[in-house]
Each structure stands twice: as C-alpha cells, then as structure tokens.
Design a protein around this ligand. Sequence first.
Ligand code: SAM
Length: 225
Amino acid sequence: MQKADWDKLIDNLEKQGILRSPKVALAMRTVPRSKFLPSELQSYSAQDTPLSIGLGQTVSAPHMVSIMNEALQLAVGHKVLEVGAGCGWHAATIAELVTPKDEPRSEWGHVYTTEIIPVLADQAKKNIRNAGYGDRVTIINTDGSQGYPEKAPYDRVVVTAAAPEVPQPLLDQLKIGGLMVIPVGKAELFQNLLRVTKEADGGAKRENLGGVAFVPLTGEFGVKP
Ligand code: SAM
C-alpha cells in the first residue's frame, strides 16, 4: 500500500463527514491499517471494507473504526477497554488519542484490549509491538464479554463484536459518566451500534448510532450457539 492511498481514504472520510474532529482524523491518518496486516493483504488495506484476519474473524472497515472513535469522545488520559483486539489496529488508533506521544507520560491513559482467540491475541501482541505501541496498549487473551475487572473502572469501553445485549459486567466496569460503544443485535443479521452512557444511579442511557454488521461476540455474555 502507498501512503498516498491511505491519506486519500482518510481525506474521503473527512469529506463524507464521517471523520469530524481533527484529532480523530489525525489519529486515523497516523496509524495505517497496513501496519497490522500480513503481506498478502497489503494491497487491500486502504480499501474501506472489513478484511479477513483468519479464523473467521475480520479487521473492521476504516469508516467503522472512525465512527466508533468519534462516538467514544476519547481524550488524553482515558483508560479504555476494548473487547475484540483482532489484529490490534483499532486499539492502536485509540492509543493515539489517549496516550499521544507529544503529551508527557504522566498524562497518558492506557488501552487494555481483550481477545478470546489465542492465536489472534499472540499476533496482535506482535503487531502492537512492531508498530511501536507496546507501552501504550496491553493485549489480554481472555473472554472480554466479562470485561477485564483487574483494571476497572474504565472511562471508555468499546466492543468490536456483536453482542445479544449489553453485557452487565461491561456496564459495571464503566465509570459513572463513562461511554461504551457496542453493536447489539442478532448475530446473523444487522445490529444497532449503541452508545451507552453510564448514569449516576447506575442506569444506562442508550443512543442508537445506526445499523452495522459485526462478527458475533462469543464467551459468557456473547451469542449462544
Ligand atoms: N478491533 C479489531 C481489529 O482492529 O482488528 C477487529 C475486531 S473483529 C471485528 C472482532 C474480534 O472480537 C475478533 O477477533 C474475535 O475473535 C473477538 N471476540 C469475539 N468474542 C470475544 C470475546 N468474548 N472476548 C474477546 N474477544 C472476542
């Protein structure tokens, strides 16, 4: 992939109004998807589609990661939990926003990302290290539908696989006022991308951001076979 192809894609996402804030656009521009993909997929990496990363899983399309990152309202210092690391690319784009290199380390947040498939978790660890995010993103091979209570509470939670409902442990591990972005709905059909705000009484305000199609969330609070 040529750098120019990635820049063109990001320019188009800005023109379409999908990338609205300069800082999210810069984060997306800074982390080309090609850095997280094997050589045989390089020539497709700047196409705005999901791509197979093996074992029936995908890396999301750039427009979808852009929509999710805009909806998350990420800021320097945020502690973020991602469920579904895949190849690690989305986590790296989040790291650009919560742990930017031009901010002092004392101001940094952190990205914790869970991946249930061991082979993918290992590959994501290598990708994250090789791309230079090893000190800002931690990949955990675990069932993220149960969250990652070891580092809770989180400012933000993002789920990159379709859940039948908002998993209660993820809501429990979100700070009051925190945001979660999650696709919810039937696994074999389209789902709704929800933004959930945790309220002071522990309740959750839901906003529907539109129809999406994600691979199913598995594990304890995922889709049952
Ligand atoms: N964010 C990813 C990236 O940048 O490559 C793409 C994620 S892919 C659409 C969804 C991922 O969620 C898959 O890698 C899948 O194995 C993972 N997954 C599904 N259920 C999970 C669970 N319960 N816990 C952790 N990961 C899960």
